[in-house]
Design a protein around this ligand. Structure first.
Ligand code: MG
Ligand code: MG
Length: 274
């Protein structure tokens, strides 16, 4: 089990810088995603942008992962490898992106719709994203790790969705995966205490059908056992003065998609008007 490392204010600012580089990169990708573009092309765009911002891709070479982005379309949950196959109308694509600058990582994710999607899948995306904020709300003084997982699990299971058990959120800092592990399920009041200076990657991975998953022979790609869609949203959050504060933002994505962003307001030091 990886160590829990509490961060100083200065270290939190460095993680914020890396997290915002990821946020901006996902914003660039949001305006490029359309039927016909391949995930490998999007990967190249992301790598170029991350390097232009003075950072390095966080996933490239990590545990020998071959690319900048984890690209997981449709029934893929996470850790999909970019390829030349074009995205098509009605697909969804989960993009997980990491960057490292000044020795600290940022790591967050968003599931995008490619054109018009099935209303059932649209609901999966909406619920998964809302569950992320339910989890963030519970990252506060007096709570424990199980309170975060409980909030996410409860929110998603009441909609009938499957909550993946095998993959979890994590602490974040000079290494991509620090303690504590943050499962997307749990029991209230159980697990490690949440402490000021913790920086977490909270990341619900939620399936339209069964929570069961399989792994492809490539040694990376995780996909749903029933072939139904899966969604993944991830934010980086610090616990400061007993309250959760977002270090990453979906602002750049929303700006690209012409959406407004109110859900992040309670968790921001100040609202970064764009
Ligand atoms: Mg991630
Ligand atoms: Mg993560």
């Amino acid at each position: 089990m990886a160590e829990i490392i509490l961060k100083t204010e200065e270290e939190i600012e460095l993680i914020r810088e890396s997290a915002l580089i990821v946020s901006k990169t996902l914003g660039i990708l949001a305006s490029e995603i359309k039927p016909g573009i391949s995930t490998l092309r999007l990967d190249t765009i992301a790598e170029t942008h991350i390097r232009d911002l003075g950072a390095e891709p966080g996933f490239l070479g990590l545990y020998e992962f071959p690319n900048t982005l984890c690209m997981s379309p449709n029934a893929q949950v996470v850790h999909g490898i970019p390829n030349n196959e074009p995205l098509k109308e009605g697909d969804i694509i989960s993009i997980d992106c990491g960057a490292i600058k000044n020795g600290f990582y940022g790591d967050h994710a968003y599931t995008f719709a490619v054109g018009e999607i099935d209303p059932k899948i649209e609901k999966l995306l909406k619920v998964t994203k809302a569950s992320l904020f339910e989890g963030i709300k519970n990252f506060k003084k007096g709570n424990r790790v199980g309170d975060i997982g409980y909030a996410i699990q409860n929110y998603c299971e009441k909609e009938g969705f499957g909550v993946v058990r095998e993959l979890v959120g994590h602490g974040l800092g000079k290494t991509m995966h620090e303690g504590p592990e943050i499962p997307n399920y749990g029991r209230r009041g159980r697990g490690k205490k949440l402490l000021d200076g913790m920086v977490l990657a909270i990341e619900p991975m939620i399936n339209l059908g069964t929570r069961k998953i399989n792994q492809l022979d490539d040694g990376w790609t995780i996909l749903t056992a029933d072939g139904k869609a899966s969604a993944h949203f991830e934010h980086n959050v610090a616990l400061i003065n007993g309250k959760p504060e977002l270090l990453s933002t979906f602002d750049y994505i929303y700006k690209a998609l012409g959406l407004s962003n109110s859900e992040e307001r309670p968790f921001r030091k100040e609202y970064l008007a764009l």
